[in-house]
Design a protein around this ligand. Sequence first.
Ligand code: FE2
Length: 335
Amino acid sequence: MRSQKCIVLGIESTAHTFGCGIASNDGRILANENSVYIPKEGGIHPREASRHHSTVAYKVVASALRKAKIKKEDINAIAFSQGPGLGPCLRSGATIARAIALILKKPYIPVNHCVAHIEIGRLISKCYDPLVIYVSGGNTIISAFDAGRYRIFGETLDIAYGNCIDTFSRNLNFPYPKPNELHPLDHISTEGGNFIELPYIVKGQDISYSGLLTAALKKIQEGFFWRDVAYSFYVTASAMLIEVAERALAHTGKREVLLTGGNARSRLLQSMLQLVCEERKVKFYVVPSEYAGDNGAMIAWTGVLAYKHGIITPVEKSTIKPKWRLDEVDIPWRL
Ligand code: FE2
């Protein structure tokens, strides 16, 4: 294990965000610069998002170096988000990261995007061994560390929590929430409404959101009051996740819960999990908004942890892994 001081520059590009973060081995985030592609209409088109990433890359990386107040010679290694994610987006990020590593002649570190969401949450929230609820537009995973890996104790069988609520919102013509803004469905759930029964699909420790989404959109077409449908939809989607999380908490016996990922900003999820944690007398942590959505800092920090344990890859063997699962990754820094 390397023990000397090190600074890692990390590139994130798995979906709508191109990010560049810089972190040092003492746990300081020196820069976290991100540019988010927001489609004019519809969901993320991978090719258009990847074009956005290539266009903004130079500006974002230059800005991160300026903010960190370091020279490029101070960087010890380059980390990149190798997967999981959208192929074209991962490819543009990897190409940019490879070019930086080759020009600076620095080691190249592959980082799993899901591991990075967990590690930035642990670092910034200052928790050590939590049950992790990781929710975003692309992933919905309940996980805990055991025997060298982040094991999965529940996940979605189809679409992710964030994708499900964003698709529903788009159908109701709600604007895409900007980072640090409350989701439109959070405003509605705070005000409450008449609860309409919708499909609640939990299979063992896994959940399924596509049937709930279809049924909620059908209710709108059938003329049910949209506010009541939106309220019931958001509460149902969140309750499914909380049920699985609570069972995982009981099973693993963890004494901390960490909510991370883009949808960690959800006030409804936060309040539901807070309640579960109070009842079970465990500590509840939420990743701060700046580090909730995809960001370069989480790749840089996980890069530091990996670099210290000698996890580097030759550039010529560093192909992207769009389907790379969280539980396939060894975590030597927690052994
Ligand atoms: Fe993410």
